[in-house]
Design a protein around this ligand. Sequence first.
Ligand code: AVJ
Ligand code: FE
Length: 443
Amino acid sequence: PAEMGVEQLRAHVADELARTRRRSAVLTDSVDDEDLIKQHSPLMSPLVWDLAHVGSQEELWLVRDVGGAPAIRPDIDDLYDAFKHCRKDRPELPLLGPAEARKYVGTVRDKVFDLLDRVRLEGRQLVDRAFAFGMIVQHEQQHDETMLATHQLRTGAPVLTADPPPVAADAGSLPPEVLVPGGPFVMGTSTEPWALDNERPAHEVEVDAFFIDTTPVSNGEFLRFIDDGGYDRAELWSPEGWAYRCRAELRAPRFWERDGDGDRWLRRRFGHVEPVPAREPVVHVSFHEAQAYATWAGKRLPTEQEWEKAARFDPRSGRSLRYPWGDQDPSPEHANLGQRHLQPADLGAYPAGAAPCGARQLIGDVWEWTATDFLPYPGFSAFPYREYSEVFFGPDYKVLRGGSFGTDAAACRGTFRNWDYPIRRQIFAGFRCARTPRAGETR
Ligand code: AVJ
Ligand code: FE
C-alpha cells in the first residue's frame, strides 16, 4: 500500500475485503447450522459468534467511525464485545442465528463498499482512514485463523480440503543452526502502513551474537524428547510449566494419540487421523513444552529480539527487511501462509523465503513461541483503541512470531507480534531453539 495512488489503494482494499470474506465463507459455509451454533471447545467461541463479531467490528470502525453513519444494529454491540463475555460463556448469549448473522455481515459489507467508493483519502486522512480499512481486513483474517483452530477442535468427518504443501529439495544439506553476529538492528516499524500499534515504533536494539535453528523443531525431533522421558523429567521444565504438565497430564502435543496396538503416534488434523509426519514442524505445543524441549536439547527459546533480528536483519545493507526474503509481499514461493495448505510444510521448504542469515520458514508454517513477555516497545502509543494490545501487556502472555499456515499474508509481517497464554495448545504454534555461543565459537 505504501506507494499506491488513491484509486489503486481503493481497489486494493476492495480486493482484500472480498478475498477475506471468501475465506470466512469457506470456514462458516462448510459446516451445518448445528455445527455453527455449537461450542466445539470451551476455549473457542461458536463459529457463528466469530462471524457476527467480524461484522460488528466492521460496523463500529468503518460504518460508524470512518463513515459517520448511524448504527445498523446498536442492540447487538454488547453481544459481540469480546471484553464483555468470555469465550466459554458465548454460547449462552442470545446470538444472531446463522441466517441472521450472514445477512448482518452482508449488510455491513455493502455499506463498507459504498463508503470505500466515496471516502476522501487525502493527506492525513489517507493514512488514518486507509489504516482503518487495513485493520478491519486484518481483524477478519485473525478471526479466520481462530475459526480454523475451531475447525481443528471440531470432531466428526473432515469438511475442509487443501493440497499438501511443497516438499523441500535440499533439506538434508542444511546446517542445523546458523550464527547471527552481535550488534544493533532496527526492530519494529514506523512506516509499514498496516502495522498495528504494538509493532511500533521502529527502535534500535543491541543484540549479542546467537545461534538459531535453521528450521523449526520437527515432529521427529520432538518424538526423541518424548522417548527420552521429556514429559516425566521435572528438571527440564520451569516450576510453572511442570505444575501445568502435571495438572493437564500432558504427554504429547495436543491432537496426538497412540496407535491402538503399538508405539506409533497418530495425529488428528481437521478430521483426518494419520501417522505423525516426522519431517514436519511440530505444532499444537504450549510455551512450556517448547521450553522443556529446548532445555532437553541444551538450548533455549530465542528472545523476541533475536527472532526478529534473525528474520529481518540484512548484514549487507545494515537495514531491517519487511520479510526474511526482502521487501516484496509474500507469494506462494516464499511461505506457507493463507490456509492454502492445512498443515505445515516439511523442514527446509520455501528456500526462496530464507532470511539473510540462512534460517528458513520463519514466516508461515507454525507460529513460533519466543522467550519474551508481551510488552510495549519504547515510545508505544495505543491506537485505535486501548483494547487492541495495551490491556494485554505484562507477564501473563508470551510473544509468538512468524505466522502459521492458517495466517493470511495481510495479517503477517516480519514485525507482526502475536501473543497468548503459555499454556495454550489449540493455536497453530511450534517453535525453534536458539543458544548463546560458547567462548571462541563466533568465528
Ligand atoms: C492477536 C490473535 C491475540 O485473537 O485475541 C481479534 C487478535 N483481537 N480480535 C486475538 C484479535 C481482537 C488477537 N490475537
Ligand atoms: Fe476480534
